[in-house]
Design a protein. Structure first.
Lengths: 112, 114
């Protein structure tokens, strides 16, 4: 089955700096890679996703890159703001089908 | 569109009791998945329902069960509660059509077992 590893577990950055979170997956058949942001007391919110036929996707300050050969994908947040502080999760489906297997999460703190 | 709703938001139960949680997916979404979130284990998949049929099941004991109704609303039930069942239970809905895998989560139900 799919195994998703996420690093780092905690990340502190100064406001305005960039943050990068990395995930690796084990199932080469996986073809969909979402990222979720979870704020305190809320459910995870889908912030960006990428499919295996695309190497990079960007949405304003957030971007995701995918390296299928190495089986890893990364979340990039530029010009970080205090409201970016949250726990971020990467995920991958089991063998190209839902359900999702989640990484353990990265607690991002943006220091003003 | 309204988002995923879950009721109740908070629940306190005693060991040995049973509990039923409810989830209403986004309008038009036919798939509902349930996840358990704990600090130690993270987000773990429980089961998925699509058109009233269970399509996938995670590695949880038979005390955890679910169902889906014709209007796509879903319930999950946990019988004979144990202390270790204390967790945030999240429901996610997905259109599950045309190769669409996006899942949208509700706010969760915080279950505390004492």
């Amino acid at each position: 089955g799919e195994n998703v590893e996420q690093h780092p577990s905690t990340l502190s950055v100064q406001e305005g700096d960039s943050a990068v979170i990395k995930c690796t997956y084990s199932d080469s058949a996986s073809n969909y890679f979402p990222w979720y942001k979870q704020e305190l007391g809320k459910g995870p919110q889908l912030i960006i996703d990428i499919r295996s036929n695309v190497g990079e996707k960007k949405d304003q300050r957030i971007a995701v890159t995918l390296n299928k050969t190495a089986k890893h994908f990364s979340l990039h947040i530029t010009e970080t703001q205090p409201e970016d502080s949250a726990v971020y999760f990467c995920a991958a489906p089991i063998s190209g089908n839902t359900p999702l297997v989640f990484g353990k999460g990265t607690r991002l703190s943006v220091i003003a | 569109k309204a988002g995923v709703t879950q009721t109740p938001r908070y629940l306190i139960k005693t060991r040995g009791q049973q509990v039923t949680l409810s989830c209403s997916p986004i309008s038009g979404h036919r798939s509902v998945s349930w996840y358990q979130q704990t600090p130690g284990q993270g987000l773990q998949f429980l089961f998925e329902y699509f058109s009233e049929t269970q399509r996938n099941k995670g590695n949880f004991p038979g005390r955890f069960s679910g169902r889906q109704f014709s209007n796509s609303r879903s319930e999950m039930n946990v019988s004979t509660l144990e202390l270790g069942d204390s967790a945030l239970y999240l429901c996610a809905s997905s259109p599950r059509t045309g190769g669409s895998y996006e899942q949208y989560f509700g706010p969760g139900t915080r279950l505390t077992v004492t």
